[in-house]
Ligand binder design. Sequence first.
Ligand SMILES: [Fe+2]
Length: 280
Amino acid sequence: MKFIHLTDTHFVPAPRRLYALDPRERLRLAIADINRRHADAAFAVITGDLAHFGEPDAYRDLKAELDQFSIPVHLAIGNHDSRTAFQAAFPEVPRNEDGFVQYVVETPVADCVILDSVMPRQDGGTLCAARLAWLDRVMAERADRDVWLFLHHSPLDIGIPCLDTIRLMNAEDLWLRVQRHGRVRHIFFGHVHRPISGVWRGIPFFTPPATAHQTELQYVERVLTPGTHEPPAYAVVLADAGSVVVHLHAYLDDSARFIMDYKSAESARTLEELAVAGPG
Ligand SMILES: [Fe+2]
């Protein structure tokens, strides 16, 4: 099974720009690339910070872009989002009985549990008692199923101080549920604006770069988060009952494509002398 993971689209209403970039164009190009290369994907998921300031018009513009997807898209919200404005623009996205953007997407391989870790007016995240109670119930119903968790905030320190202070603040509460269920196979999150993978207490995790601006790789304490225009990317996730493989694709990269044949490997002095690869 294949699905696509994108994150942190940070929409502002047209024609405004954000940190000298056009977040709408960057998502538009991602969707066009995904439609062209991955029409066979089961779905795409976007792990929050859909809009930068949470204005209704930003969600209106986001909806227009997402309508171009040839595959279904599942949405989570992040600290930059307004839950109210998001839900007004996307009434079709499920919410739980308490109004949080939490729902389950079943797949043949694992059940995707989408969590709402937004804490109003805070950059850090939380899962309050109501959201945890929902998670308890959902996981109890799926005791015999593998689960993938999707949320905006990182449940662990990733070594970048300005991000570690705004991670999921009550990660121990999430960990209790992960431990109790025993079949959480992967955690996918956003928020970080950098490609990072690893293992949290035995559970693999992954977060892709944003489709909008990125965070600079700095391990020093900073008052303000340093940003960069490093390339955006989306992830292609290939999964079956025994494996999850994550491919990161920098979809705006236009560097040379060529065939790695032995004939031209050393003889080619210019790109023109390499055999050109067909479209991928
Ligand atoms: Fe973000």
